[in-house]
Design a binder for this molecule. Structure first.
Ligand code: SF4
Length: 272
């Protein structure tokens, strides 16, 4: 395993700053002002380097919050292509989609399971999806999440996270990627690995890492830029910054990556 050196000297909270979610542009502006110029450019620099290496991620249509939530549930622990295939099949099989997910809610678990067979754990996800759609209907009085647009970001995330299978990563994806377009940074296993190897924040779980990384986000970044950043890091985690045998020698981030520099040094010493 690659260990990160100097973790305590990186993006720990400046004095007086607590681990709490940021919400308003004023909060973000205040925290940005507390960063040194070098700290303030860490995330933008990573972003620029990844963008230069991989180019802009393919454009994606922005979904309504409920459709995005369903897509996120299907995508959990599943390859992106398989999750997209299952989503298309779900829409086709039940003639469902944005504003019309009632046919899936009212279908049997076996029918849903057949439609989403391409994802990992389809039986578990079919059960969870049907229960989720029924519970939303019972709580809201209709099968929609449009009302969430009236809430502050953290209230939306807390509301979503009361459902089984919806954690910090999925709530961040729904608020950031959907038409809600709020500030959040989904941290999956790949994103966490890259952030830790880059020593962007001290080692922590995904939820704490998101809070700490959000302190490094420039106030000028909107939700679309945050989504682009997440997708670039995801691509990087899947291609070069793999769990095993990362391709540090070809990495565009090598100059800003203590773990990569250390690994390259070790390889030179062993003559590999
Ligand atoms: S140099 Fe690149 S591939 Fe290697 S650990 Fe760092 S970010 Fe990952």
């Amino acid at each position: 395993m690659i260990l990160c050196e100097g973790e305590t000297a990186t993006a720990a909270a400046p004095t007086g700053m607590t681990d709490r979610p940021r919400d308003s542009p004023k909060d973000r502006e205040t925290e940005q002002r507390r960063l040194t110029p070098e700290q303030a450019d860490r995330l933008p620099r990573v972003h620029r380097l990844l963008l230069g290496h991989y180019g802009e991620p393919r454009p994606r249509s922005v979904r309504d919050p409920l459709t995005q939530l369903i897509a996120c549930l299907l995508a959990s622990r599943t390859q992106a292509a398989a999750a997209q295939q299952a989503m298309r099949e779900l829409e086709r099989a039940f003639r469902a989609g944005a504003g019309n997910w009632e046919p899936v809610r009212d279908a049997s678990i076996a029918e849903i399971e057949r439609a989403i067979a391409a994802v990992a754990f389809p039986e578990q996800k079919a059960l969870r999806l049907k229960a989720l759609l029924e519970e939303i209907t019972a709580r809201v009085g209709a099968l929609t999440l449009e009302f969430l647009a009236r809430y502050r970001t953290e209230k939306i995330r807390a509301w979503l996270e009361q459902f089984e299978g919806v954690g910090r990563q999925i709530s961040a994806e729904v608020v950031c990627f959907s038409t809600l377009r709020r500030h959040a940074l989904p941290i999956d296993a790949g994103h966490l690995r890259v952030a830790q190897r880059l020593c962007l924040t001290p080692r922590a779980d995904a939820a704490t890492t998101e809070e700490r990384l959000m302190r490094l986000v420039p106030e000028t970044w909107d939700a679309a830029r945050l989504e682009e950043h997440h997708r670039l890091v995801q691509i990087h985690a899947q291609t070069l910054c793999r769990f095993e045998d990362p391709g540090c020698g070809q990495c565009p981030l090598l100059a800003v990556c203590p773990s990569g520099e250390r690994r390259q040094g070790e390889l030179r010493l062993t003559g590999k």
